[in-house]
Design a protein around this ligand. Structure first.
Ligand SMILES: O=C(O)C1=C[C@@H](OP(=O)(O)O)[C@@H](O)[C@H](O)C1
Ligand SMILES: C=C(OP(=O)(O)O)C(=O)O
Length: 467
């Protein structure tokens, strides 16, 4: 069995070896020359597991009443960071042989008591920095949290304030970001607290995941004006329900979590539907079809919305067997008209970079709103998308809560990933249609999809027979 390593800032499931497919496209300066599409596609793509599901199930398994088994989990930098952090809190996590194409299954055995006196590297993973502090508060002893330089710019004040409101001893420098530390008392009493989760749904999810282990459970009230990414909160509530914990929501923005055992279970992780976005968008650009295999019939993943979003750009979408198939017809490259869109993406901000890249190639203007909170993602995604699209000759301007795009002919040039996996894949989308787009850090895709370069090349190599 292939040995997966969990070390190094740039995670690779291939250990120190170079990832297949990378070398051909890497010029001397280390940039990745995005491959052009040369004709309509006829591709089938199978993707690794969902980051959001994997990291939730890792946390719930660590807090459960016995050993759990995750089948076909994601193996990427974000899941590696979660695994290492949980191990350092005393959780046993072993790789066991499974039937997944992208690595082993995971058996997770919770300790009798979580142990503190450790430090946790959050990397750039929002799920690690927002989900683990409430878990660490259940451990005994000090736990320090830090991450990448870019992670120190992501909002954390709500996590810090909510822990304090729960009576946890937190030490920070008042900036509301990493690094900070807390002193776990071995238990959290719980009760009722109010938080402002307008900067990230992960503040809510992090508290809900640990709350069944609070002595009195939790009544959580969101007080801010907006609450992004609701499907991710629904995913958290559903994952808890599947483990025997019923979270009630008596009114919008209020969740009531009982103090209850979190059941151990075996769970199969669905493919990552947000990571399907660039592949499915490729069919709209290149024309022809891209099928993503293993598309769930029902899911809490917001990537499911691609089924209704991509037709707005002129594609047709169908299901065949277990696959979702996007048919781009002649495709933008074959002369099909790809209309711009007016979209509110407040529920699915994760999909924004791929859809903005497509909108930059569209033949009429687009406005994408409801995504102000993307300024606190891996990078300020609104500034980054506007800068990179403008750098290639496009017209993309920032709005208060979104982006406005006008059709312009694009030219090749550098595309900076800003350490953001979804910026890197957005550059790959534009590079399908524009010669000479060079992504500076394709390795950033290792955050949630280390196999991106070879899957992308593999998709393009499966072009339709011109006859
Ligand atoms: O809970 C989760 O797994 C996530 C929630 C969302 O965060 P925000 O609410 O901060 O956008 C999403 O964008 C992120 O990629 C994953
Ligand atoms: C915002 C994202 O990640 P994170 O889980 O680090 O918040 C993302 O993957 O688009």
């Amino acid at each position: 069995m292939q040995v997966f390593t969990y070390s190094g800032a740039r995670f690779s499931p291939y250990g120190d070896e170079q990832r297949p497919g990378d070398s051909a496209a890497l010029p001397d300066d280390g940039d990745w020359l995005a491959p052009r599409a040369t004709g309509p596609l006829a591709a089938r793509v199978s993707l690794p597991g969902s980051k959001s599901l994997t990291n939730r199930e890792l946390v719930l398994s660590a807090l459960a009443d016995g050993p759990s088994l995750l089948r076909r989990p994601l193996h990427s930098r974000d899941s590696m960071l979660m695994i290492e952090a949980l191990r350092s809190l005393g959780v046993q996590i072993e790789q066991v042989a499974g039937d997944g194409a992208y690595g082993p299954d995971l058996r997770i055995t919770p300790p009798a008591e979580l142990s503190g006196s450790t430090s946790i590297d959050c990397g750039l993973a929002g799920t690690v920095m927002r989900f683990l502090p409430p878990v660490a508060a259940l451990a005994l002893g000090p736990v320090a949290f830090d991450g990448d330089e870019a992670a120190r710019r992501r909002p954390m004040r709500t996590t810090i304030d909510s822990l304090r409101a729960l009576g946890v001893d937190v030490n920070d420098d008042g900036r509301g970001t990493l690094p900070f530390s807390l002193w776990g008392a071995g238990a959290v009493r719980g009760g009722e607290i109010a938080i402002d989760a307008s900067a990230s749904s992960q503040f809510v999810s992090g508290l809900l995941l640990a709350a069944p282990r609070f002595t009195e459970g939790l009544v959580l009230r969101h007080t801010g004006e907006r609450l992004p990414s609701m499907p991710h909160i629904e995913m958290t509530v559903a994952a808890l329900a599947d483990r025997g914990v019923t979270v009630e929501s008596p009114e919008p923005g209020v969740w009531v979590v009982p103090s209850a055992p979190i059941r151990a279970r075996e769970v199969a992780i669905e493919p990552d539907l947000s990571n399907a976005a660039p592949f499915l968008v490729a069919a709209v650009v290149a024309g022809g079809t891209v099928a993503v295999e293993g598309w769930p019939t029902s899911t809490t993943q917001v990537g499911a919305d691609l089924e209704t979003l991509l037709p707005r750009f002129g594609a047709t979408v169908r299901r065949e067997g277990d696959a979702l198939i996007v048919d781009g017809g002649a495709g933008l490259l074959g002369g099909a008209r790809v209309p711009g869109v007016d979209l509110d993406l407040s529920t699915g901000g994760e999909l924004a970079p791929a859809l903005v890249a497509l909108a930059a190639l569209a033949s009429s203007p687009s406005t994408i709103t409801g995504i102000g909170h993307l300024r606190g993602h891996e990078t300020d995604r609104l500034a980054a998308l506007a800068a990179e699209i403008t750098g290639l000759g496009g017209a993309c301007t920032e709005l208060d809560e979104g982006l406005a795009l006008e059709p312009r002919p694009l030219h090749g040039g550098p595309w900076r990933a800003h350490e953001d996996h979804r910026m890197a894949t957005a550059g790959a989308i534009i590079g399908l249609a524009v010669d000479g787009v060079r992504v500076d850090d394709i390795g950033s895709t290792a955050k949630t999809l280390p196999q991106f370069p070879e899957l992308w090349h593999g998709m393009l190599d499966q072009g339709a027979d011109p006859a």
